[in-house]
Design a protein around this ligand. Structure first.
Ligand code: FES
Length: 65
């Protein structure tokens, strides 16, 4: 099954990329092009990234002094 139709990136290929260390949409795009076309797969890519890193997509801030 494809995660990214534009670039024919499969679930397995995305898992390889994330297992290889990709932690952002940009890193996934650099590794396999997924998400760099129409963008309709970005929610699914983010779901997979969040599974690997629960903090994915959260903006972390320093506590106020
Ligand atoms: S489906 Fe992934 S960029 Fe279009």
């Amino acid at each position: 099954m494809f995660v990214c139709i534009c670039f024919a990136v499969s679930e397995a290929r995305l898992a390889e990329v994330i297992d290889g260390g990709a932690r952002t949409e940009e890193e996934v795009g650099d590794a396999c092009a997924a998400g760099t076309g129409c963008g309709s797969c970005l929610d699914r890519i983010c779901d997979r990234l969040r599974a690997a890193d629960p903090l994915h997509g959260l903006e972390l801030r320093e506590p106020a002094a």
